[in-house]
Each structure stands twice: as structure tokens, then as C-alpha cells.
Design a protein. Structure first.
Length: 323
């Protein structure tokens, strides 16, 4: 039997009864999703960028497991992780109270404002002389086209099953633990893991081969959250963006975030210092990562927050709504 297919993701077996839906570069999924068979119902982790990708994801999950989706976990409020929620009617949506509030207050308006801004951003990356690496261009085009393909008036159902600390979703075959350690990548981040199979789903707390986005979060808090992640019983990890990985990549993400902190702290707190920082080259070890334009945005965001206290503020990056 051939597995389910979609232009928006490819299915990657992770363990017995666990799959990753890894976003294709050109599709309308943008983020990765996880699928876990509890034995009676299915858990899906993150719903992708568009209702179209979400619908394919739900169909794939139910076909792979033979069980209806009973729970959808939202790792955080960013659009590429929650706009597929609409394709999961009558499914309990699990996340924190903060994520619920951000979806109710910001996620829908973010979609509408992105619909306005995306045509000019698409024109910019397609302009003669645009310098984006080829893969970046493909991924950004898929992202922006996905926003334009999202039906007007799309609502984003908000979480209705709230987690504080930890919530266990238990079925006859296994359990999934849904956990929050607070906010690092965003004001509130949720992860999930399957203890008996040592599999974790980290949302955007981990990106592999992609620059993460730090502009809506706090790099230092993020590093501490990843310290907590290293204490969990997990080995194989599905990141929010990029291929399957493990704790080695968690360490790399921490090093990336610490590098931002070091570079930002070393820059003089003057307009000239900020200007010089804005000309920083992407360090060699992160040079091949996709979402290359995020590096300078991240660096300046960390620099600006050094002087402005550390309360997480949900500011959109110039790239719409996260990721
Ligand atoms: Zn995100």
C-alpha cells in the first residue's frame, strides 16, 4: 500500500505508530506536523500554514492510523502552525491559555495584514537582482503563495483544552505528554513527546537546517527551555522546520541562540554600533541554513531587547507571522 501523499508535506515514519509530516519547500504547509496513534484516536501536532495543508494532514493522519483525529496540539500561535486548525472540526485543540489568547486576538488580524503585504514581498524576491539563495526563494514563495491561497474570512479555531505544565493524552496503545516550559521562541511554547518511543515534537523551539525566528521570543529563555528539553526522555526529534534530528541539533540551536547573544552584547549601544551589527556576516557554521534573511533580523532583535528589558513582546518579523 502506498502511503498518503500531498503537495504540502511528505510522510516520514518516526517510530511504530508515529509519523512526521515534513513540509515540502514549495507547498503550503511550511511547518512540520507530528502524527501519533494512541490506539483509539490520533494526536496531530500542529496544523500547518493553510486550511488546504491542514485538510491533507488530517486525511493522512487518519489513513495512517486508522483512527479519527481526537486531539490537535498547537505548539504556539504563529500562523504556519495554526491556520490549518479550521480543517479539524470537532477535534479538541490543546495548548496554553496564552496561545489561546494570542490566536483569538492576533492570529486572524495577522493573516489579514499579511494578505495585504505579501504581494509586494513576493515581487521583491522575484525581482531581477534579488539575492536570495535558491532554496530560500522556493520556501518563501511557497509561504507567500500559501497566504494568498488561504480563503478570505478563514477563522482559526482556538485551543479549548488548556495545558499548564503537563497534560497527558492517554490511549490504549500509548500516551503523549504535552508540556510547556513557558515562552522562548514565542510568548508561550508547547512541545509534546511520546515517552515509550522516546520521540519528541518541538515546534519552533527547534529548527534544523533553517534559521529559527527569534523576533517574537527571548533567546535566553529559549536556551533555558532547551536545557529542560535535554532532560526529557527523548532521542528522535521532529523540529518545526527541517528534517528529523535529535539532541545534537538541540545543542546546535542553543549555540545559535548563544551566538546571537554574544554578538549582540559585544556591539556598542550606539547608533553606529547597531549599524555595524546590521552588517554582520552569517557565521560560517550557519551559512548553509535556509531562511538566511532571519539571521540579521534575529541579531538586531536580540540587540534591541538587551536595552529594553526582557518581556516577550509579540512583534511580527518582516517575514509575516513568524514562523
Ligand atoms: Zn514560530
Amino acid at each position: 500500500m502506498s502511503g498518503p501523499t500531498s503537495p504540502h508535506f511528505r510522510i516520514v515514519p518516526v517510530a511504530d505508530g508515529v509519523w512526521g509530516a515534513v513540509a515540502t519547500d514549495e507547498g503550503f504547509g511550511l511547518c512540520n506536523s507530528g502524527i501519533v496513534d494512541l490506539g483509539d484516536v490520533t494526536v496531530v501536532f500542529d496544523s500547518m500554514l493553510t486550511p488546504q495543508a491542514g485538510a491533507d494532514l488530517r486525511a493522512a493522519a487518519e489513513r495512517l492510523t486508522g483512527h479519527p483525529v481526537g486531539y490537535l496540539v498547537n505548539s504556539h500561535w504563529h500562523g504556519d502552525h495554526v491556520r490549518g486548525n479550521i480543517s479539524f472540526p470537532s477535534v479538541r485543540i490543546v495548548s496554553t491559555r496564552t496561545v489561546r489568547e494570542l490566536i483569538e486576538t492576533r492570529a486572524v488580524t495577522a493573516l489579514e495584514s499579511e494578505r495585504e503585504s505579501v504581494p509586494s514581498e513576493l515581487a521583491a524576491i522575484r525581482a531581477p537582482g534579488a539575492t536570495l539563495p535558491t532554496r530560500d526563494r522556493t520556501v518563501f514563495e511557497g509561504w507567500f503563495e500559501g497566504i494568498l491561497a488561504t480563503p478570505k474570512g478563514t477563522v482559526i479555531p482556538a485551543p479549548d483544552l488548556l495545558v499548564e505544565g503537563e497534560l497527558v493524552l492517554r490511549g490504549p496503545r500509548r500516551e503523549v505528554r504535552v508540556v510547556t516550559f513557558g515562552g522562548g521562541h514565542s510568548p508561550s511554547d508547547v512541545l509534546a513527546y511520546v515517552p515509550d518511543l522516546r520521540v519528541g515534537f518541538l515546534g519552533d523551539l527547534l529548527a534544523i537546517g533553517f534559521h529559527p525566528s527569534v523576533t517574537d521570543g527571548i533567546a535566553a529563555a529559549w536556551v533555558r527551555i532547551l536545557d529542560s528539553v535535554r532532560g526529557l526522555p527523548i532521542e528522535r526529534i521532529l523540529p518545526g522546520h527541517g528534517p528529523l534530528g535529535g539532541l545534537r541539533e538541540v545543542g546546535e540551536m542553543q549555540e545559535y541562540l548563544r551566538t546571537l547573544g554574544r554578538l549582540a552584547a559585544a556591539a556598542p549601544r550606539t547608533p553606529e554600533g547597531r549599524r555595524a551589527l546590521a552588517a554582520t556576516e552569517v557565521p560560517e557554521r550557519f551559512g548553509s541554513w535556509t531562511f538566511r534573511p532571519f539571521f540579521l533580523e534575529n541579531l538586531l532583535s536580540v540587540y534591541d531587547k538587551l536595552g529594553a528589558g526582557t518581556a516577550p513582546v509579540a512583534t511580527g518579523s518582516s517575514a509575516p507571522g513568524g514562523p
